[in-house]
Design a protein around this ligand. Structure first.
Ligand code: TMP
Length: 208
């Protein structure tokens, strides 16, 4: 086997509780990379593929009951499809990937929030993620009360469960960040968007 012709792109994920401003920051980051001439694919979870968007409808809508175990497996199925169809090919072609939520969302929401256990959820997800772990994960930290005030629009099925779930999720994110300090970088998200963006650029700049 020879050397690959192009070097692998970088994989950046943004994580945080609902209302932490991830999607806005993912957009700002992808635009900044693009402006700097870096090829970048912007993705989101669950979603990003026809299967993923269908699973998103099941998971976040309220048409059908979803058990905790089904929830873990459905998020993992959407992730497997996104990794296979979008993330791995983009990275292999030298493009960067900025993804709004990834594995850590399942570890925090299902592992911590639902109480299934971070290790169990990680194990299930090995099939979906394989070697495609993020190079860096930005964890947007915000108090669950402030995040609830900032959330726009109607609550989805998970948001509708209220603040206690968001608190457990925030605690699980902190646990993950403490276990993997080199990959997971916490940022105070309860600040003006431009300040948060500048800090994220500084973190991501370290990857180039
Ligand atoms: P969002 O697109 O607004 O971030 O909504 C996704 C919701 O799904 C959010 O409440 C977090 C939740 N979620 C999980 O519980 N587990 C997961 O693995 C992912 C990707 C999202």
């Amino acid at each position: 086997m020879g050397e690959p012709l192009v070097s692998r792109g970088r994989f950046v994920t943004l994580e945080g509780i609902d209302g932490s401003g991830k999607s806005t920051q993912a957009d700002l980051l992808a635009a900044a990379l693009n402006d700097a001439g870096t090829p970048v694919v912007r993705a989101r979870e669950p979603g990003g593929t026809p299967l993923g968007e269908a699973v998103r409808g099941i998971l976040l809508g309220d048409q059908a009951p979803v058990s905790d175990a089904s929830e873990v497996l459905l998020f993992a199925a959407a992730r497997a499809q996104l990794v296979g169809d979008v993330i791995a090919p983009a990275l292999a072609s030298g493009s960067w990937v900025v993804c709004d939520r990834f594995l850590d969302s399942s570890l925090a929401y299902q592992g911590g929030g639902r109480g299934i256990g971070i290790d169990v959820v990680a194990q299930v997800n090995t099939l979906a993620v394989g070697e495609n772990m993020p190079d860096v994960t930005v964890l947007l930290r915000i108090d669950p009360e402030s995040a609830a005030v900032r959330r726009a629009g109607a609550d989805d099925r998970i948001e509708a469960e209220g603040i206690a779930l968001q608190r457990r999720v925030a605690a699980a994110y902190d646990q993950i960040a403490a276990a993997e300090p080199n990959r997971v970088r916490g940022v105070d998200a309860d600040r003006p968007e431009a300040e948060v963006h500048a800090e994220i650029l500084g973190i991501v700049g370290g990857l180039t």
